[in-house]
Design a protein around this ligand. Structure first.
Ligand code: TTP
Ligand code: MG
Length: 391
């Protein structure tokens, strides 16, 4: 039986979420990433900014040269993750087989459920409508007979479209004269190797099957199959990630360890928020540090399962106290050994005072879940937030 795969990809995702929060930004060239006076790159930009040639991963200085009148905003990953969770809930209505590729992109295998909803096109249209009504954002939907065809279809309809590629012949007709990069898994390096051997477009791959296999071995074999429209990869709900982390590269190297503690406090809060929204706790807390000479170290602490910001910060703060006091370029935290929080959580602390602090943190967490992570916090956190932004 032929498969029915849907690929959904949000349009200008980070930028669109920022517009949702501040409608004055609508219709303007909006660039999310580093600010022009910082070192860093563009995460994404609105379609208005793309008209000036600005692109994801472009150096921010180059973006500023192309679009000096653009509005430059730091990314706020926890905000996008929150929106992403709501988007995923819409997709989950149509099938149990969903693969979340990133915050804004996913595959749905609707082979068995399409009939129930009036066909794959109806599901695609429904997803677009609901995403607009419930979240206020637009997405592009591709329908295909395989993962690659669905992905190419969604790109075809970008922004805001719905496009279908019914079979291998339709796919080949569409991509035969496109650059080899259109094939999944053909990155810059592979494309360069192929081009050095006179293979620039999909048609060249199909006309030089043996050459591609000789040049690239097993990878070449896969590329030939994909170029021929054969893609048997299955949509797979990946196992929950076993670790989660956050890190920050400073504009200037930092020697003030109190400042570093504030940075860690803020990261601990954000990580705690993320794992608690997923009902998780962690066994190991790791501190990652890159010194000004680029030497990198990690220090870990394992023990009782923890999930609150206070517990995570206590672990990571103690690790920070033990490292050399030298200028630091990057600092980060990762949490591993993630497991589901038991419903009946055991008290991790003995004294009543500490339990009261946990109650307070729980209240804060509930408020933040309701009103947004950055809206509620202490004055100290506000200060740290003003100096830091998510990478
Ligand atoms: P994309 O889906 O590649 O880009 P997009 O959603 O901004 O725009 P569109 O799909 O309409 O072309 O990536 C999703 C988000 O991932 C994007 O909003 C920002 C982030 N991202 C980066 O941070 N760096 C990158 O290099 C890329 C490509 C994306
Ligand atoms: Mg996108």
């Amino acid at each position: 039986m032929a498969r029915l795969i849907i690929h959904v990809d949000m349009d200008a995702f980070y930028a669109a979420v920022e517009v949702l929060d501040n409608p004055d930004l609508a219709g303007k060239p909006l660039i999310i990433g580093a600010l022009p006076n910082e070192r860093g790159v563009v995460s994404t930009c609105s379609y208005e900014a793309r008209k000036f040639g600005v692109r994801s991963a472009m150096n921010i200085k180059e973006a500023y040269r192309l679009c000096p009148h653009g509005i430059y905003v730091h990314p706020n990953i926890s905000k996008y993750a929150e929106v992403s969770r709501r988007i995923h809930k819409i997709w989950d209505v149509y099938t149990d087989t969903v693969e979340h590729v990133s915050l804004d992109e996913g595959y749905l295998d609707v082979t068995n459920s399409a009939q129930l909803f009036g066909g794959a096109v109806c599901i695609g249209q429904d997803i677009k409508d609901r995403t607009l009504e419930q979240i206020g954002l637009t997405c592009s939907v591709g329908i295909g007979y395989s993962m690659m065809s669905a992905k190419i279809a969604s790109e075809e309809g970008k922004p805001g479209g719905l496009f279908e590629i019914a079979d291998a012949d339709a796919l080949k007709m569409l991509i035969i004269d496109r650059n080899v990069r259109v094939i999944c898994g053909v990155g810059v390096q592979t494309a360069a190797t192929l081009e050095q051997n006179g293979i620039k477009i999909v048609r060249d791959i199909l006309a030089n099957v043996d050459k591609v296999r000789d040049l690239l071995g097993k990878h070449g074999h896969d590329i030939v199959r994909l170029a021929d429209g054969v893609d048997t990869r299955k949509v797979a709900t990946p196992p929950k990630s076993k670790s989660i982390g956050k890190e920050h590269t400073f504009q200037k190297d930092i020697t003030d360890f109190e400042y570093l503690r504030d940075a860690l406090r803020l990261m601990a809060k954000r990580l705690s928020h993320t794992i608690r929204l997923d009902g998780l706790r962690c066994k190991t807390v790791t501190l990652k540090v890159t010194f000004s000479d680029m030497r990198q170290i990690t220090r870990s602490k394992s023990g009782d399962h923890v999930s609150t910001a206070r517990e995570i910060f206590a672990a990571v703060g103690a690790l920070l106290d033990k490292i050399e006091r030298r200028p630091i370029r990057l600092i980060g935290i990762s949490l591993s050994g993630l497991t589901a929080e038991p419903t009946q959580q055991l008290s991790l602390f003995d004294t009543a005072a500490e339990e009261r602090k946990d109650d307070l943190e729980q209240m804060l967490f509930d408020l933040q879940r309701e009103y947004g992570l950055d809206k509620i916090g202490t004055a100290r956190e506000k200060l740290a937030r003003e100096n830091l932004h998510d990478d």
